[in-house]
Design a protein around this ligand. Structure first.
Ligand code: MLT
Length: 232
C-alpha cells in the first residue's frame, strides 16, 4: 500500500540532527553507553556487520525486529548489559535506526546525535546550548511514519520550551506537539497499539515499549564523529 515517505526531511546544513528510533535502536544505543560501551559503529548492511564477527567486536544485528541468528546480540535495550558490552566496541545494524544515521550523515549536518526518551532532557539541554536549529530525523519503519518517533520529537520540543528556547513551529512539529500534549500523561497506553509495539509483542518483546518510554535515566548523548562512529 502507498505509505507517506519520511525522506527528504526538513534539513538545514548547520542544524543539529537528532536521530530518533524510540522502538528500539536509539534507545538501545543510549542503553549501550549507559552500560559502558566504548563506541558504536553503525553499519548499513547485515553483510558488513557479519564481517566484523570474530574480530573482537560485539556484533548487534536486527532485521524485521528479530536478532539475526549469527549475531552476538539483537536490538533490545535489555540485551545491552554491562557484562555483555562493558568496555567493548559494538558493531550495530538495524532495519531503520542505523539507516537513518547513515541518511543524516550523507545529508550533512553540523552535528548528528541520537535521542531517546531515556536521554530526553540531556538532549534538549545540548540542543539549546548549541544555539543551532534542531532537526528531528524520525527513523520510522521502512520509510513509513511511526507515531512513537514523532511523539519523541514533540517531547523534545516541549522540553526545549520548558528550558526557555524560542522556536518556530512547522506544520509537522505543530501537529506532533498537539498530539503529545494530548497524550503525554498516558503515553504507554496511547502507544500500546502502535504498529511497531504490536510487531514487538508478536516477536516476543512485550516489555520493550515500557523500557523505551522510561524517561531521563541517562545523560549520555551518542554523537557521530567524522569516522562515522558513535561515542559519548
Ligand atoms: C529499527 O532500527 O528498525 C528498529 O529499532 C527495529 C527494532 O525494534 O528492532
Amino acid at each position: 500500500c502507498p505509505c507517506p515517505a519520511l525522506y527528504p526531511y526538513y534539513h538545514q546544513e548547520d542544524s543539529v540532527v537528532v536521530v530518533v528510533d524510540i522502538l528500539r535502536a536509539g534507545t538501545s544505543m543510549v542503553a549501550a553507553f549507559d552500560h559502558g560501551a566504548k563506541e558504536i559503529i553503525p553499519v548499513a548492511t547485515t553483510d558488513e556487520a557479519e564481517s566484523f564477527l570474530g574480530k573482537g567486536y560485539v556484533v548487534a544485528a536486527e532485521r524485521n525486529a528479530m536478532r539475526c541468528p549469527w549475531a552476538d546480540l539483537g536490538n533490545d535495550p535489555s540485551e545491552f548489559t554491562a557484562e555483555r558490552i562493558g568496555g567493548r566496541s559494538i558493531v550495530f545494524t538495524t532495519t531503520n535506526g542505523t539507516q537513518a544515521i547513515h541518511a543524516a550523515r550523507e545529508a550533512g549536518a553540523a552535528e548528528i546525535i541520537v535521542g531517546a526518551f531515556s536521554n530526553l532532557t540531556a538532549v534538549a539541554r545540548h540542543c539549546q546550548a548549541s544555539g543551532r536549529a534542531v532537526t528531528v530525523l524520525a527513523s520510522g519503519w521502512q520509510n513509513s511514519f511511526c507515531i512513537e518517533d514523532t511523539l519523541y520529537g514533540a517531547a523534545l520540543l516541549d522540553k526545549l520550551e520548558e528550558l526557555g528556547a524560542t522556536y518556530r513551529l512547522t506544520d509537522s512539529s505543530r501537529t506532533a506537539l498537539e498530539l503529545y500534549r494530548q497524550h503525554r500523561a498516558h503515553l504507554y497506553d496511547y502507544l500500546y497499539n502502535c504498529d511497531h509495539n504490536q510487531r514487538l509483542i508478536q516477536r516476543g518483546y512485550p516489555e520493550s515499549l515500557r523500557l523505551c518510554l522510561e524517561q531521563d535515566n541517562s545523560t549520555h548523548i551518542p554523537t557521530l564523529n567524522e569516522a562515522g562512529q558513535l561515542y559519548v
